[in-house]
Design a protein around this ligand. Structure first.
Ligand code: GCU
Length: 595
């Protein structure tokens, strides 16, 4: 006779199927809603948290009520939502205390909140700005679903499930696995946590679910395209678009809940030198969303990148989301400092590597006049043959595009970084590139490709799917024969623009020596001088984003100069101490911007 298993504990320790119950991945780009200009109620602040290295919470159903069970017994429990330690969210658990720095696994966050309806038939959504990596959401002991992806926002509808007092329980798992995006091997720190805003959003019963607007890239600079989608496909009502400064107030009829169309307009064109933005509103019945967006055209012609029809050179720098105090969390001040350093360098462009950065980054770039490369973390040896992994990558791409579509500063969607040119990778990333082009006709698509080192030239089958070729090359660092960069230049004949998306060298700030001593500032400075001297002679290179603005946390970098940091930053991890190479790049960009 099979031994009757008692309670949670005994049944759970023999069950390794526990994960699938909580892995619906139902929170994805299809469940996103438009939040532009909506009032939100922040749930940031003090949360309880409990680390859970063995997934005990999922095995033992920590989300279920504590107390008397169905057999009338009160078994002991190892977790109580209000008895954990507390931390301020948004934030990364790695920086809360030293013993959690390298923690990888599940952390359970919980807090209570009060809810009172503000109008009849309102709908309520929880929005998480980002959580790394798999986030399972429980409300009042009910599992509502989970989201995959460490750097994009997601939504959970709470309508009809809210009481006066509610308990939210979020289980965040940052484990590195071979089938995630990124997979388990990267060159950056695996921060964990709910590290961007947590907020509630209320909407009318039928509401504006999506609103996209852009300048039609037809070289006339005289037509604005915009689309609105409402939450109910049966609606044939109308919406109104208002852009006061352009004297636009137009009503448009929805068909099956959607309007897609263009209107004549002559907006002042957005550019880094003139970051002109327009306030706009979209109204539908008693719902209204608003945005502050710019109009610009970004296209390519032969090997030129054209902004508003004029060729430009992208004077850029790469950046990670990484901070010694905040981990992967961002603040307006941190982003302001990033852009001020980029301005001081003479940049008009930044590569937000290797994953979607905080949405504030693009909003501030819109205001301050920086062009942006945004990227999904299809990084290195992704499980390219796995259709589930593809679905994860595509979902992250679509969530990023949904979030930042109206941001004029974003000119390039990158579908990945440094992936070997295999058939599976070509299929996977070619499909991502086509997907990006199909949902966004107003931007360029690229990827950071590798040099074909056998032929010493730019040759990667993925480039056929790209508008702009990104190229990472480390001549003078990983490739010791620097003269090969000259060979690469001569051997390559790309028919589209190339951006050198990475070059660089490591140096510990304050460590000095000769130009032949790796990890000295002088070595790094010399590499920048040689790289720039060579790159500027290649007329198909139309931009560069050297690696990288700041030193950053990186577990794989452990020699005596690195001590857990990647030291290719032009500025040390204190985000203050500049290295000599900073001024080499600054000089080049100043000359370039004067031309
Ligand atoms: C690669 C990679 C970066 C990495 C850099 C380095 O090109 O794209 O993520 O940090 O090289 O080795 O420092």
């Amino acid at each position: 006779m099979e031994k009757k298993q008692k309670g949670n504990f005994e049944s759970s320790i023999h069950n390794e199927e526990y994960y699938t119950r909580f892995d619906k991945r139902n929170l994805n780009h299809t469940t996103m809603i438009c939040t532009c200009g909506r009032k939100t109620e922040k749930l940031n602040g003090l949360w309880h948290y409990t680390v859970d290295q063995y997934d005990v919470g999922l095995r033992d159903n920590w989300h279920l009520p504590k107390g008397i069970n169905k057999d009338g017994e009160q078994p002991p429990w190892d977790f109580h939502p209000e008895q954990g330690e507390t931390a301020i969210l948004p934030g990364c658990w790695n920086v809360i205390k030293p013993q959690y720095f390298y923690f990888e696994g599940c952390v359970w966050y919980s807090r209570k909140f009060l809810y009172k309806p503000l109008r009849k038939q309102e709908r309520v959504f929880l929005r998480i700005g980002a959580a790394n990596y798999d986030t399972k959401v429980f409300l009042n002991t009910e599992f509502l679903g989970n989201h995959y992806g460490g750097s994009t926002p997601f939504f959970v509808e709470l309508t009809g499930k809210l009481k006066q007092e509610n308990e939210l329980l979020l289980c965040v798992n940052n484990a590195r696995t071979v089938d995630r995006v990124p997979m388990r091997n990267t060159d950056w720190f695996n921060w964990g946590g709910l590290y961007r805003d947590i907020e509630l959003i209320r909407t009318p019963d039928i509401f504006i679910k999506d609103f996209k607007i852009y300048l039609v890239p037809d070289d006339t600079f005289s037509r604005i395209a915009f689309s609105v989608e409402v939450s109910d496909k049966s609606i044939h009502d109308s919406v109104t678009l208002t852009i006061p400064e352009l004297k636009i107030t137009e009503e448009f009829a929805l068909t099956n809940g959607i309007y897609n169309g263009t209107i004549a307009a002559n907006p002042g064109l957005w550019s880094p030198d003139n970051p002109k933005l327009y306030d706009m509103e979209v109204c539908f019945r008693d719902d209204m969303v608003s945005d502050r967006a710019g109009f610009r055209q970004i296209t390519v012609k032969d090997t030129e990148i054209l902004l508003n029809g004029r060729p430009l050179f992208l004077c850029g720098i790469s950046v990670h989301e990484d901070d010694v105090f905040m981990g992967k969390a961002s603040s307006r001040d941190d982003l302001q400092r990033r852009y001020e350093h980029a301005r001081e360098l003479g940049c008009n462009f930044l590569r937000l590597a290797h994953y979607p950065h905080h949405e504030l980054a693009a909003r501030m770039a819109d205001e301050m006049g920086f062009l942006l490369w945004e990227e999904i973390p299809v990084y290195w040896a992704i499980d390219f043959a796995n259709p589930v992994t593809y679905g994860d990558a595509e979902n992250q791409l679509l969530e990023l595009i949904h979030r930042d579509f109206n941001r004029a500063s974003v000119i390039i969607w990158s579908v990945g970084n440094e992936n070997a040119d295999t058939d599976e990778r070509l299929g996977f990333m070619g499909r991502l590139a086509r997907k990006a082009k199909s949902v966004d006709p107003a931007r360029l698509v690229s990827a950071a490709c590798l040099v074909n080192h056998e032929k010493i030239r730019i040759e990667d089958r993925l480039t056929a799917f790209l508008d702009v070729i990104g190229l990472n090359e480390y001549y003078g660092w990983y490739k010791t024969r620097f003269e090969e960069l000259e060979d690469l230049g001569r051997n390559s004949h790309p028919d589209k623009p190339v951006i050198i998306t990475e070059f660089g060298a490591g140096a510990k700030a304050g460590h000095h020596g000769t130009i032949n001593e790796k990890f000295t500032e002088e070595y790094m400075e010399h590499i920048y001088e040689k790289q720039i001297g060579t790159i500027k002679k290649l007329d198909y290179i139309k931009g560069m984003t050297p690696w990288i603005l700041y030193d950053f946390n990186c577990p794989r970098r452990q020699n005596k100069y690195q001590n857990g940091f990647n030291r290719k930053g032009l500025i040390a991890e204190d985000k203050k101490t500049k290295k000599k190479a900073f001024f080499v790049l600054q000089k080049f960009y100043r000359e370039k911007r004067l031309k």
